[in-house]
Design a protein around this ligand. Sequence first.
Ligand code: ADP
Ligand code: MG
Length: 228
Amino acid sequence: MLRIENVTKVYPNGSEGVKNANIHIEKGEFVFFIGSSGSGKSTLIKLLMKELNPTKGRIIINGINTTDMKQSQIPYLRRNLGIVFQDFRLLPNKTVYENVAFAMQVIEAPTRLIRRNVPTVLSLVGLSHKARAYPNQLSGGEQQRTALARAIVNNPPILIADEPTGNLDPDTAWEIMNLLEEINKRGTTVVVATHAKDMVDIMQKRVVALNHGVVVRDVKKGGYDDEA
Ligand code: ADP
Ligand code: MG
């Protein structure tokens, strides 16, 4: 479903974000990318999103090598990857409903499908009652729920989140983590970059640990700093 093969990313200033990473993720998995600040988590996420291209190696998403993908094929990625960030990245002048609907409009989904799917995902994330609110009228947790709804409204097979709970208090962070698990149980492959030790320890999911850009541990089920 998702293969990172011998991937190295060297930034223009010479710093190495990721070094010779090999990570294979199967359909339906829930995977944490962990490691301290600067270990390469966001670099990996940006490579998966094709916001960055690898200096070496290749990335295969659903059988398609995205490394040499043309600009015109980028919409393919949009349909296959839902993405959530630490800072939510909602459009401030659109309501909750409109933010989520917009993700369907950009892939030119038919209006009747938009009218059907947006209320469904808002209900899934528990935000039906906030559909008409603007982002600045929402709590952090509600903003992240909106971002999650937007990320899954096109039903992507893969959901990627970079520090999705980094700006949230612990209770709210757990609500978001539980939603990610619920989305995973419905069949979506979920990849979460985080340095939230407690959460990783309690979740007991697959853990891919990075240190200075190197994958130093990859276990099927484990905590933040168990032995390899
Ligand atoms: P993490 O998300 O785990 O905190 P990053 O992937 O952001 O780590 O960073 C990994 C390494 O790549 C760090 O050494 C960082 O300084 C470097 N890096 C990240 N982004 C850039 C950039 N745009 N230009 C140069 N170096 C970068
Ligand atoms: Mg990061």
